[in-house]
Design a protein around this ligand. Structure first.
Ligand code: ADP
Ligand code: MG
Length: 367
């Protein structure tokens, strides 16, 4: 039996598995006014939604995990958006003051599903209540407008000292694409400098408003263009997308090392096209081998956020401009993608709360 403290309570709440409540991103900071006397516990907790059903779920879980509990008094501080921690970084605050976190989605190789993952994670985060923006920074093949089913020209307006662009909106997220600013017929050698200029413009001249997450779909690879971009963007961290076969893993390793070299935290690795389940027999086929994502995570001490199977509906969602997590909410693949987005939130919170929790631990667990 564990002692009842903020952190054991959080661990207990993380055991709740129910679609209506997302406890994966809870940190010590989510709980306030924590009081435990004899057998009575009371606290306040910030969660995305507040209902008697959620309250009961929490109380039941706590009573199950802590025998000695008799009374649980609980106040849920419901927010229209979930509590999203903020990456405190002077460079980010200077260019993107309204944006809490910036996340790069990167891969060593092209064609591994980086844009597919970026779009579905962005929409998944938004479905959980976060405000999300997505920047298509892939100068080799900007595909986000196609995947989000919107190719309009962004509107502009005259702000106080500059002209501002209004991002496009689709499926609950805001987005901009480099395809709108960079001439795709220009030789690649020119597109590099144009791209970092355009990315800067996306950060300074686009009216993003308040965002919990701004996600960048980076060009694949680890060359100069990627390095320049990574150093242009004040990043909370990066997610690496790979497929399980060795040729892809070699390049994923290079990408991980590139981020390490420039001190960008790796939030995790997503293994895409992990396996295929035959719809007629239910048999599972490891088309590109298995366990690759897990191996490089162990090797390089990164977190595996999850594995996404090959599913024709994921491809169709991309081609038709309706991301899987939006178009087919009940599919198992959607659950997998939602789960990956929640693990990502958790990793972001861990990075962001490190500093403040260190102070809290020094001061003791209580308020
Ligand atoms: N898990 C998946 N199942 C089926 N098709 C996928 C999956 N992931 C990506 N695809 C398809 O593979 C192609 C390449 O994906 P894309 O996201 O454009 O890769 P990248 O951005 O890395 O170049 C697209 O047609 C996409 O729809
Ligand atoms: Mg792409």
């Amino acid at each position: 039996m564990f002692e009842i403290t903020k952190s054991t309570v959080i661990n207990s709440l993380k055991n709740i598995s129910n679609d209506k409540i997302n406890t994966s991103s809870l940190t010590l900071n989510s709980i306030r006014k924590f009081e435990f006397n004899n057998s009575d516990l009371s606290f306040e907790i910030s969660l995305a939604n507040n209902s008697d059903e959620i309250k009961n779920l929490i109380v039941n879980q706590l009573k199950k995990d802590f025998n000695e509990l008799k009374n649980v008094k609980l106040n849920i501080l419901a927010k229209s958006t979930p509590t999203v921690s903020t990456h405190k970084d002077a460079r980010k605050d200077a260019v993107l003051p309204g944006v809490k976190n910036t996340i790069a989605i990167a891969s060593g190789k092209g064609g591994v599903g980086k844009s597919t993952v970026a779009v579905n994670l962005a929409v998944a985060l938004a479905k959980d209540g976060a405000s999300v923006g997505l920047i298509d920074a892939d100068i080799y093949g900007p595909s986000i407008p196609l995947m989000l089913g919107s190719n309009d020209k962004p509107k502009v307006y005259q702000a106080e000292n500059s002209v501002k662009m209004i991002p496009l909106e689709s499926h609950g997220i805001k987005f901009m694409s480099i395809g709108l600013l960079v001439d795709d017929k220009a030789p690649i050698i020119w597109r590099g400098p144009m791209a970092s200029g355009a990315i800067k413009q996306f950060m300074t001249d686009v009216d993003w408003g308040e965002l919990d997450y701004l996600i960048f779909d980076l060009p694949p690879g680890t060359g100069d263009i990627q390095l320049t971009l990574v150093q242009t963007i004040p990043l909370t961290g990066a997610v690496i997308v790979t497929t399980p076969q060795e040729v892809s893993l070699i390049d994923a390793r290079k990408a991980l090392k590139m981020f390490e070299r420039v001190n960008v935290p790796i939030l995790g690795v997503v293994e895409n096209m992990s396996y295929f389940i035959a719809p007629d027999t239910g048999n599972k086929y490891d088309i590109f081998g298995s366990g690759g994502g897990e191996r490089i995570c162990q090797e390089l001490n990164a977190t595996l956020l999850g594995g996404i199977p090959i599913d024709p509906r994921i491809r169709k969602g991309g081609d038709n401009g309706v991301p899987m997590v939006f178009g087919i909410p009940d599919a198992n693949e959607t659950k997998i993608l939602m789960d990956i987005s929640r693990k990502l939130t958790e990793q972001v919170n861990i990075r962001n709360s490190n500093a403040s929790e260190k102070i809290e631990i020094l001061l003791g667990d209580e308020d």
